[in-house]
Design a protein around this ligand. Structure first.
Ligand SMILES: Cc1ncc(COP(=O)(O)O)c(C=O)c1O
Length: 477
């Protein structure tokens, strides 16, 4: 398939999913060529072909708009979009991660940090106590969970905008359970949910498992979800819930600006939407002060905030939380009937650790750590990857999204790198229709510029160049 044909496919996908509709203007040639990492000529050729086939209309000096009454302009229910790999993506990512010598794959944090040792010392003390006088933790720590921990979460993990009340927090097994409970409490099988696209694959899998229909709304750095497209979609479809990851977004690393968040809140009010706010990376903002959560702007209990200690301490302890607003009772009950409780021992150790005066220092260290790593990593990528690779410079977090020419297959790169002992994450996992097949995500949380890591990146660069050259030989346009 030629590059311009892939551009056409991309637009057709947006038309079918409802992300683009009659009278909408297409992105400018420059912007689409950057988004898809293709030449402007390929975009122009695609637009001309779509104009000739009667799908779009040219407006001199204004661009192209979608024509009405085309085959795409029929009100069709969005078909349930299947996550391409379903549960198998877990196997792929998991095994690649375990076997890799150099790890740029799953979104694990740096677990060599001092704060983590301090946590395990606290845990060790509690375990010794338990050995001496057993049965402290032998009962279920029923939801909403340990009060001291909920108090610490309310006090320490958010931005000082008085957004969380300990009485409104429920402890969960990581953010993943928080998100799953939020989805289950606010939707029923068959409902349509809007997500930003690209979207963390764990969330897509959860949506798939719950039998929900999905509409993916394009999201871009630095602003996040396209609010205009969201409004168009809301006009057209009955959507009750939207799920977003607005801070240190996985995989794009942006922080949605506060003005955009205010506009989103106004939209949510107008359409009576529930917002599930995935804030699992929220503390890992590098560049500026922590921005306000959507939760802090919510006066109607419509935002369900989900977060965890996974990215700032250790994913293995499985401590997360949800602040479900007006859905508190449903979430609390569902938590109870799903897992009964979260480990009391882990909750207590987490509360003690957070109480210790070092929490704020720990977060500052993480932020500095990841900011410095990012600079090193982007430098290394610029040296190692060919010019065809568009490197997204993340604002926050520790994930880097790379967009390759449309005809490069990220799944294939994943397999080739795996055979070289290097884990990466294929972009295809972040969408339902393989729209990110030409992308990959790299994790730099443990990037120390070691010779082994640099060699791995250099090898990635060589493989990308080989693929680019191979494709160029196959199709010279
Ligand atoms: C955006 C996002 N949300 C949620 C999760 C799940 O987090 P947890 O490990 O706390 O369940 C992850 C894990 O990588 C993630 O990246």
């Amino acid at each position: 398939m030629k590059v311009y044909e892939k551009v056409i496919k991309h637009i057709e996908h947006q038309l079918r999913s409802g992300a683009l509709q009659a009278y909408d203007f297409l992105p400018s040639v420059r912007s689409l060529s950057q988004t898809l990492n293709v030449s402007k000529n390929s975009v122009i050729r695609a637009y001309i072909a779509l104009e000739q086939s009667g799908v779009i209309l040219a407006h001199p000096r204004k661009g192209f708009s979608i024509k009405a009454d085309t085959e795409y302009d029929q009100p069709q229910p969005p078909s349930p979009q299947k996550v391409i790999r379903g549960a198998t993506s877990l196997d792929i990512i998991g095994s690649a991660q375990r076997q890799a010598d150099v790890v740029f794959g799953s979104a694990n944090p740096d677990t060599r940090i001092k704060g983590r040792k301090e946590f395990y010392k606290q845990l060790n003390k509690l375990v010794r106590l338990e050995i001496k006088s057993p049965a402290i933790y032998s009962h279920y720590q029923a939801p909403p969970g340990n009060l001291e921990l909920r108090q610490q979460i309310a006090k320490k993990t958010h931005s000082g905008h008085a957004e969380l009340d300990p009485e409104e927090i429920i402890i969960t097994n990581g953010a993943q359970e928080a998100i799953s409970l939020a989805l289950r409490s606010t939707t029923q099988s068959g409902d349509i949910i809007a997500v930003e696209s690209p979207c963390f694959y764990g969330t897509l899998q959860c949506i798939e498992a719950l039998g929900l229909q999905i509409i993916e709304i394009p999201s871009h750095a630095p602003d996040g979800i396209d609010l205009e497209q969201l409004s168009n979609i809301l006009e057209r479809w009955e959507i009750k819930t939207i799920l977003l990851n607005p801070h240190a977004n996985n995989p794009l690393g942006f922080n949605m600006p506060d003005t955009m968040k205010s506009s989103l809140m106004a939209i949510a009010q107008a359409y009576d939407l529930v917002i599930i706010e995935d804030d699992v990376f929220g503390k890992l903002v590098h560049t500026s002060q922590r921005r306000r959560t959507l939760k802090s702007m919510d006066t109607e209990g419509r935002v369900i905030l989900c977060s965890a200690l996974s990215k700032i301490l250790d994913p293995d302890i499985r401590i997360g939380w949800v602040s479900p607003g007006r859905y508190f009772d449903q979430v609390n009950y569902l938590k109870y009937v799903t897992t009964l409780a979260t480990s009391g021992l882990m909750q207590h150790a987490s509360a003690l650790w957070m109480e210790s005066a070092n929490f704020d220092r720990h977060i500052k260290q993480l932020q500095n750590n990841y900011r410095q790593r990012k600079i090193l990593f982007i430098e290394a990528l610029k040296t190692c990857l060919p010019v065809e690779a568009h490197i997204n410079n993340p604002d926050s977090g520790y994930l880097c999204w790379i967009t390759l020419p449309l005809n490069i297959d990220g799944d294939h790169l994943f397999e080739r790198m795996k055979s070289e002992g290097v884990s990466i994450t294929p972009g295809s996992l972040f969408g339902t229709a393989r729209q990110f097949q030409h992308c990959i995500r790299l994790n730099f949380s443990t990037f120390d510029n070691t010779p082994q890591q640099i060699l791995a990146l250099a090898r990635l660069g060589e493989i990308i160049s080989e693929e680019v050259n191979f494709q160029a030989q196959k199709s010279p346009t």
